[in-house]
Design a binder for this molecule. Structure first.
Ligand code: PSU
Ligand code: MN
Length: 318
């Protein structure tokens, strides 16, 4: 590992520290998806299954969260359980959804914080982790021309060299505008084994082209290595379609539910950081759990692909 001094509040789990020191693959995982993205107990089951998926594919999982004034990279099971119970749809106030802007406040107050994509990217980069798996990135919200609601995830991708392996941007968003924003920021978006199409989170098809199409972990790792060699400080979006066998039966039903949830959020004045958790919960209720089942399946698949990319990247450094 580099001689760069690590911040005093950064805590690497022993497994993560050893893997990084040995140049072995590590995959970062976020915690907002646990605390604010899914209900209990599906959230804790998914968190454990995703870590197991990473390990099964030869990489060390490093779930990120803010606990008692420390930025943890790699959590124990008790901490995962604490995050899952504190969030889980019910008492989400007990755990703060933390993007970049919230990191210093949550840490200095010693609050419990679950990191979003942007917060997790910051932590991963500090720790020296280059690949991160999640469900879907935040993006430009529908109606952003009025609200200016654009996820901090996009600005983070522009400035932090961590690859985010996801199923695209969440379908509750405006996908064309999200791709435009990423283009403006200079963030490569790679459609992974999807015929060049940008996936639409719950479904593989968005009708939108991604700027790049790649079919192997080695190709993606090579792009990441080249980007680092050039000193480009931007991240990358590796957009992996949900496996066909896990896609919801009716894409139209999902889209109807999304449209209804977005309208409801607007009518109820739900905005800011509450917006995404509200939409995910309402879409799950309106589809009687179909969207949640798809979400669980796609996160696991993304964890698998991220592990293969991290493995390939680690091999290139040898
Ligand atoms: N992916 C999921 N479920 C989630 C999220 C991503 O499958 O809950 C979270 C991520 O933490 C992402 C956040 O960074 O939603 C985006 O929130 P916002 O739109 O407020 O930036
Ligand atoms: Mn927002």
């Amino acid at each position: 590992m580099s001689a760069r001094a690590l911040p005093a509040c950064l805590r690497l789990a022993p497994s993560v520290r050893v893997a990084l020191a040995n140049g072995e693959p590590v995959v970062a995982l976020e915690s907002t998806i646990i605390s604010h993205g899914m209900p209990y107990p599906q959230n804790i089951d998914t968190a454990r299954a995703v870590e197991a998926e990473v390990a099964a594919h030869g990489a060390t999982p490093a779930t990120v969260a803010l606990v008692d004034g420390r930025m943890h990279v790699g959590l124990g099971d008790a901490e995962l359980e604490r995050l899952a119970r504190a969030g889980g749809g019910g008492g989400a106030a007990a755990v703060v959804k933390a993007s970049r802007r919230d990191l210093a406040a949550v840490l200095s107050r010693g609050q419990l914080g679950a990191t979003t994509v942007s917060g997790t990217m910051v932590a991963a980069h500090l720790a020296g982790i280059r690949v991160f798996a999640t469900g879907g990135i935040g993006g430009v919200h529908r109606g952003a021309e009025r609200t200016l609601d654009v996820s901090a995830d996009l600005a983070e991708l522009a400035r932090t060299p961590v690859a985010v392996v996801c199923a695209g941007a969440k379908a509750i968003l405006d996908l064309p505008k999200t791709l435009e924003y990423l283009e403006t920021c200079g963030v490569p978006v790679i459609a992974y084994r999807n015929g060049g199409e940008f996936p639409a989170f719950y479904t593989a098809r968005s009708g939108l082209r991604a700027p790049w199409a790649m079919d192997t972990p080695g190709e993606v790792a090579s792009l990441l290595k080249t980007s680092a060699d050039l000193g480009l400080c931007s991240g990358a979006v590796v957009a992996v379609p949900i496996p066909a066998e896990h896609a919801p039966e009716s894409a139209a039903e999902i889209e109807r539910a999304v449209a209804a949830a977005v309208a409801e959020a607007e009518a109820r004045g739900i905005a800011g950081k509450e917006c995404t958790p509200f939409l995910l919960r309402r879409v799950s209720e309106l589809t009687r759990g179909a969207s949640l089942a798809a979400n669980v399946a796609l996160v696991k698949n993304n964890a698998r692909v991220a592990s293969l990319i991290a493995g390939s990247l680690a091999g290139m450094a040898r």
